[in-house]
Design a protein around this ligand. Sequence first.
Ligand SMILES: Nc1ncnc2c1ncn2[C@@H]1O[C@H](COP(=O)(O)OP(=O)(O)OP(=O)(O)O)[C@@H](O)[C@H]1O
Ligand SMILES: [Mg+2]
Length: 225
Amino acid sequence: MKLLCEGISRRFFRNGKNTNFFNAVEKTFFELPEGAVTEIVGRSGSGKTTFANILSGLLTPTEGVLLIDGVDFFSLPDEKRSQFRNKNIGIVPQGQTGLSSLTVLENVLAPAFMYGDGKEKESLAKELLSQMDLFELCDVYSNELSGGELRRMSIARALINSPKIIIADEPTGDLDDDTTRLVLSLFRKKADEGASVLIVTHEHDALQYADQIYRMEKGVLSKEG
Ligand SMILES: Nc1ncnc2c1ncn2[C@@H]1O[C@H](COP(=O)(O)OP(=O)(O)OP(=O)(O)O)[C@@H](O)[C@H]1O
Ligand SMILES: [Mg+2]
């Protein structure tokens, strides 16, 4: 699935002593190709998460159009949009997320249950959890997990519906070197199988897994090299 950004920007209102509007993401044209790993690097506060959230369909842009396989994503009605996102876009958010009243296995299966095929996906969920080295924590409540374990759980959850688009915001930020390699090679494999993969990263090691690298600087995205 091809994802295309046409003139997308995002304006925020900064609510402080001196309130003012500013563009967290300036007008951007960008394409996320199929079968490739694209990475975005850049300093803290430069607009990477804001941009990733727009591409994930979680945050509406102030202007511009997001085309997914030619469909104007933000013009879809709310329900269609979340259905489409749930089915086709695997999102690893920057913050820690997990439903604490659910076990690790149930958390991973949650996106699948939205379609009612959660039961059939149980073996896939367990396989993903094994790949993330979390199998023995399947039945533990997610509020008992460490930061890195939660991160790995959210990676398994992002992959449960075999998404054609994967958007991961600093997915290895709190992981050790070996686990980082494990996660990045899994994303690499998904891209080789045809997925469009976007990784926001600070990690130097991550760069060797990328087919193309962009840098975000004060809301301006430009291609590296
Ligand atoms: N909801 C919001 N309202 C107002 N300002 C916001 C909001 N979200 C983000 N910002 C501001 O937009 C800018 C970009 O934030 P963003 O989270 O996109 O940065 P980032 O590049 O992901 O940073 P980091 O590497 O620290 O995660 C920051 O200055 C931030 O304070
Ligand atoms: Mg961020």
